[in-house]
Design a protein around this ligand. Sequence first.
Ligand SMILES: *Cc1c(COP(=O)(O)O)cnc(C)c1O
Length: 609
Amino acid sequence: MNNFGLDIWSNKNFIIQDGEIKLNFKCMPSLLDITNAIRSKDVKGPMILRFPHLIQRQIKTLYSYFSKAIDENSYQGSFNAVFPLKVNQFPSVVEAITTKGKKYNYGLEAGSKAELILAMSQTPNGANITVNGFKDTEMLTLAFIAAQSGHNITVTIEGLNELESIIDIASTSSLKIPNIGIRIRLHSAGSGIWAKSGGMDAKFGLTSTEIIEAINLLKNANLLDRFSMIHFHIGSQMSDISPLKKALREAGNIYAELKKMGANSLSSINIGGGLAVEYNQHIQSHARNYSIDEFASSVVFLLGEIMDAKGVKHPDIFTESGRYISASHAVLITPVLELFSQDYQEKLLNFKKNNPPLIEELKELNRLLNNTNCIEYLHDALDHMESLFTLFDLGYIDLQDRSNAEILVHNIIKKALYLKSSNPTNELEQLQTKLQERYLINASIFQSLPDYWGLGQQFPVMPIHYLNTTPIRAASLWDITCDSDGEIGFNPEKPLYLHDINTDEEDYFLGFFNVGAYQETLGMNHNLFTHPNEYTININDTDYTITNEIKSKNILDILDSIGYNKDSILKKLKTDLLKSDFITEKEKSGTLSKLETFLEQNGYLRTTN
Ligand SMILES: *Cc1c(COP(=O)(O)O)cnc(C)c1O
């Protein structure tokens, strides 16, 4: 697995060249160059790198396959897309969507009041806004305000009470009325770990009886001409395409029936999101059984076929793909602070004049180990180790002897792994698994990979350099939170091997990929670690620029954000220090300015890496 499954998950967005991972675009900068450029400005800790060209690529791919399918099927309706803000509301992401999506009239989807306000302030003129989720009268009034302010907005109702509120607002105000959509409750459900949005027991949507009721309510209120869309969403990260096809047949027939019932303004079907992203790093499993090509042509073909059979005009198609659009654009870079077995360095050996015979033997094994004898010598070393432990327990050797033995055996194992790395025996592989190396990463899994913590969702991870050498250490990754859940353990079925690096002498950076969807606002401030520093990287033909720096919250701001008063914290710390004894005034003021600097920094570690 020398390329860490890059050919499986990266969709050719990245390539390995000269031992480093590079962006496969224009001037092809390496992630290490970008990382070092940022770190040269005294930035430490984890960082999120955003690549808007990867958002552009996804938007373009989505549109090109739908327009291909529309051509091939002589489909009469149009294709439209909105980006669901819940997937990533960060300013640089929304900006990338609206600027890169401008020529497609790309819109935004909102699922809460704050997201609706965001959509109203960021959607380019004329682009669509769709609104989903549970809504109160205030939120519905906001939608009226958006319509009044010139937005092309469709509010999808999740229940009849929402429709009643809309009718109410329409009758008591003269604000422009938004387009109305109805979310339908499908009997077909999705697939995959996020497939809870479809099915009879789904959280959202109107049953067929309720849909009929809704049409009657609209008719009576003279609002049927505002009813323009039906909507469904069968869940995220759809692994299998067949539930989608079932949903399309169901929704397509509901659409056609409603048209026949006189819903003349009804013109679109919104198929929600769900397009899956490849997170797998290992060949044996795949996240989805369909391509974007198959996805687009299934949607277009099925809807065309149903409408033709029922003699109904082809609807416009809306999609709300979020994960598919934004996952690939963000990479989390984390410095490795420490390898736990780094303590077993050869330079720490401290022999006596007279060492116990077994130690002398270990010394010889270590000195003479080579490709031919390494398995045999390894067995001897492990054997001696056992005996030495027994001798220690019985009081025959001392702590220094034991330390020497541990270092020697560790070295022998490492050397054997190196010597056999191109073709490890079964036994060595098992040994490798047993002798996992723990890599301490300067990041919080709770903050930056919450779906790993909450759902066991794996993200592709690999070093961004040293890729010319074979990684031989079975790796488990530990984050810097004081929580044993902050660990990505070694999984022999999906093994991660990393390099044996001396972090006192060299930097070692891991990249976590496809983290641009859902992770950022889902991330939590456990131990008060906050969103890492982030940067937007624009890549040109001959160079690249680093823009839109957003710094991680500093320590005082973190405390302030959970309700402490940062001024009184600062005051208390200062007074305590100033009234303390036994240091000079000079040292006091030096310490004070140190303290102030610390409080201006974020909580990630700085000194080791
Ligand atoms: C979450 C959500 C989406 C986005 O789903 P993805 O799987 O990220 O594409 C789209 N529509 C609705 C209604 C949603 O709730």
